[in-house]
Design a protein around this ligand. Structure first.
Ligand code: AMP
Length: 433
């Protein structure tokens, strides 16, 4: 099978790495890919993965490439091409593609759409309101006592969510999003949610339009610095599984979230084939959905795919075909930890082109895999080429072992300005967790 993966981050490296292990894969391309992706080889025939210099949002060029190479399955990593309708476009031209269509991508691209859907179909979520009127929005914040979360409706590079602790702050947040248009058109409408206390976890479920197969839990670390301090980032590390939900509680969460989700999709005529990634708060009243994403998480994918024992080509194929009910997901009992190594200054300004050393030594450690995110090849070296540079991912017998091994691997890697959090997984190792 000829496969094309779209994207260039750590998530896409993990997808390529896992797809390359499948005997079904005969050719594998990645657009645009990165230096680590370009080093992967197919397990079946030893062929190298080829990176193609096409942007993930250049839909016409991607379509032309897929037609020319007669790609059998295209796999979409990031949210933007999904929201732009790449799946609809490829399908219109008779090409098989994995990922949600434009209608289903609205669960991520519009918070108002998601919130209304959750309320209509009884999916547990925060008390919330959707507004296109500034005064009404502020009145709703006041009704919540000012302690609330103001969210721009549209895609805002993960930045359109403002957490407020009192009314004046909430009014400033509404003004920033709706009046000053800090996030552009994404802020024409807002969702305002009550502030929920609890532990946050990521859920993932693979869907085929009728069936959803839930993954084990994982936990992301969004802030740049240890102890959840510093600025928000794309994600500084993950681990799986978490101790915060038992298997029975996870099954219960799947029932209360995924069943009404699938029923709602059926009733609204939404054909949800792809990955559903709900961000969840574990509150005293049970798990509540904060938001839906319509693609794999980054860096959640790195810990999930190192634990997944199924053939990923077969699973994604089943997700496209609507035959997921014939597949059970199989997971390694080992724990996985991914530590993201970032460029100095990230998530603010950072330099590129710093030479990275120690990658082979880190990869040579048992159960270790260094996924590349922002890297490039230059003059025979691998150099930094983005904010999040690497996802050092290691499996261990339990979380503590995996965590120690991930940090031992990260210590082998060097580049000027490198920084990473030292507490990935620490919350789960605290007594009583
Ligand atoms: P979102 O993009 O909607 O997931 O929001 C980004 C982050 O803001 C989440 O990962 C949470 O940490 C936080 N957040 C969002 N909604 C709420 C809420 N209702 N209560 C508390 N924290 C929230």
């Amino acid at each position: 099978m000829k496969i094309l993966v779209i994207g260039s981050g750590g998530r896409e490296h993990a997808l390529v790495w896992k797809l390359a292990q499948s005997p079904h894969a005969t050719h594998l391309w990645c657009a645009p890919g990165n230096a680590g992706i370009a080093q992967e080889r197919l397990a079946g025939n030893g062929a190298r993965v080829e990176c193609v210099n096409l942007g993930a949002e250049d839909l016409p060029a991607l379509l032309a490439f897929a037609r020319q190479q007669q790609i059998d399955l295209t796999v979409v990593g990031p949210d933007n091409p999904l929201a732009l309708g790449i799946v609809d476009l490829f399908q219109k031209h008779g090409l098989r593609i994995w990922g949600v269509n434009q209608q289903a991508a609205q669960f991520e691209s519009s918070k108002v759409f998601s919130q209304r859907f959750m309320e209509k179909y009884g999916i547990p979520t925060a008390a919330a309101g959707s507004f296109d009127d500034v005064a009404a929005a502020k009145r709703f914040c006041a009704a919540l006592g000012g302690k609330c979360v103001v969210k721009a409706d549209g895609l805002a590079l993960g930045k359109g969510v403002l957490i407020c602790s009192h009314q004046a702050e909430a009014e400033r947040a509404v003004d920033e999003i709706m009046v000053s248009k800090a996030f552009g058109a994404a802020g024409a409408r807002v969702v305002i949610q009550e502030f929920l206390e609890g532990i946050e976890v990521s859920l993932h479920a693979l869907c085929d339009g009728a069936t959803a197969r839930i993954f084990p839990t994982s936990q992301d670390h969004k802030r740049a610095l240890d102890g959840d301090l510093g600025l928000n980032t794309g994600g500084m590390g993950t681990y799986s599984p978490t101790p915060f939900l038992t298997d029975a509680q996870l099954a219960e969460a799947a029932r209360t979230i995924l069943e009404p989700f699938l029923r709602g999709c059926r009733e609204e005529g939404i054909d949800y084939r792809g990955l559903l990634y709900p961000g969840i708060m574990l509150t005293q009243d049970g798990p509540k959905v904060l938001e839906f994403n319509a693609r794999f998480g980054d860096p959640e994918t790195q810990v999930y795919l190192t634990r997944l024992e199924n053939d990923l080509v077969e699973l994604l194929d089943a997700s496209v075909n609507g035959t997921l009910d014939r597949h059970e997901l199989k997971w390694s009992p080992l724990a996985s930890v991914c530590v993201v190594m970032a460029s100095g200054g990230y998530p603010g300004h950072y330099a590129k082109g710093k030479v990275i050393t120690g990658l082979d030594a880190a990869n040579a450690l048992p159960h270790a895999k260094v996924f590349h995110a922002g890297t490039a090849a230059k003059d025979g070296h691998i150099v930094t080429n983005g904010g999040r540079v690497l996802g050092v991912t290691v499996l261990g017998e339990d979380l503590k072992t995996a965590q120690a091994a991930a940090y031992a691997a990260a210590e082998k890697i060097h580049f000027e300005g490198a920084h990473y959090r030292r507490d990935i997984g620490a919350k789960a190792l605290r007594p009583g967790a």
